[in-house]
Ligand binder design. Structure first.
Ligand code: SAM
Length: 288
């Protein structure tokens, strides 16, 4: 058995579905903790009961994280071993904990990661998309305009894009991917490590059609991944009709600002110029 440092914070990854994915080291760390800070204590009690661990719990979530820092700092100063867990997967990855870890790191406390599952890495490991370079954007904004803006910001990057999404927005996300990114290959990993684990691949349009045929494909938890932008030999901007590009984006419902972002990435030049041009086209003013 490992020896566990006193007065240290352990950041412990827990399963994302299959409880057997809890590592031996994670189990030992939780069993030997004096205090466990959990995103949702009621949720975590089920995991702790499953492994027979009874340790005092304190909640640490988005809304009380800042006020909990002092409580945890005190526990560490008393020499206690504190474990941080979230509802599923690795804390801090689209989950609370960053502010706590930042504050403790700044004050030179010992912070020990106990690695384990994360939906992001689990999905990438079996998606068949390039993994040499990837960009994790977590959850995109709830509003379609914000989502399209963020997609426009990254659509031309030569890296695999990884997103998290909930069942009630998965279709809208795919609609936005289709509008902003076109026919780029997409892989959806659903219900990872659980009974109905599924990987679907295709363009955003094809995936939407699959979902229309089979309502089960819209249930559960999702990681959405998109292939990198294809390498361009060299962008010969003169070959691309700027007005046509901007008009197509505007016709598809992409906003003026986002259309300008895409044009800047594809064609170069100043975003403010493309913004003005897109606004002119949108207002239906004749070409200058
Ligand atoms: N900390 C977690 C991690 O390390 O993956 C992520 C927590 S975040 C609040 C929850 C999101 O992660 C879900 O909405 C989904 O996008 C993704 N996720 C978590 N578990 C998943 C699973 N079993 N299958 C697919 N996606 C999952």
């Amino acid at each position: 058995m490992n020896s566990f440092s006193k007065g240290a914070l352990y950041v412990v990854a827990t399963p994302i579905g299959n409880l057997d994915d809890l590592s031996r080291r994670a189990m030992d760390t939780l069993a030997q903790a004096d205090l466990i800070a959990a995103e949702d204590t009621r949720h975590s009690v089920r995991l702790l009961d499953h492994i027979g661990v009874r340790v005092p719990l304190v909640s640490l979530h988005e809304h009380n994280e800042t006020s909990r820092i002092e409580r945890i700092r005190q526990a560490l100063d008393e020499g206690q071993r504190v474990a941080l867990i979230s509802d599923a997967g690795t804390p801090l990855i689209s989950d609370p904990g960053y502010r706590l870890v930042q504050a403790l790191r700044a004050a030179d406390y010992t912070i020990i990661p106990i690695p384990g599952p994360s939906a992001l890495i689990t999905a990438l490991s079996a998606a068949g998309l390039p993994t040499e370079r990837f960009l994790f954007e977590g959850f995109l904004p709830a509003k379609s305009s914000g989502r399209r803006q963020r997609l426009g910001d990254v659509v031309e990057l030569p890296v695999t894009l990884v997103l998290y999404e909930s069942p009630h927005r998965i279709r809208q996300l795919l609609e936005d991917i289709e509008i902003v990114c076109g026919e780029r290959p997409v892989v959806i990993a659903r219900e990872l490590t659980k009974t109905f684990e599924t990987f679907l691949q295709g363009t955003a349009r094809e995936l939407l059609e699959r979902m229309a045929e089979d309502a089960d494909q819209v249930r559960g938890e999702f990681v959405v991944m998109m292939a990198p932008a294809p390498e361009r030999e060299h962008t010969d901007s003169s070959q691309i009709d700027a007005d046509q590009l901007l008009s197509s984006l505007l016709e598809e419902g992409v906003g003026v600002k986002q259309s300008a972002s895409v044009a800047t990435r594809v064609l170069g030049g100043r975003k403010s110029d493309w913004y003005q041009r897109a606004q002119t086209l949108k207002d239906g003013k004749p070409s200058q």
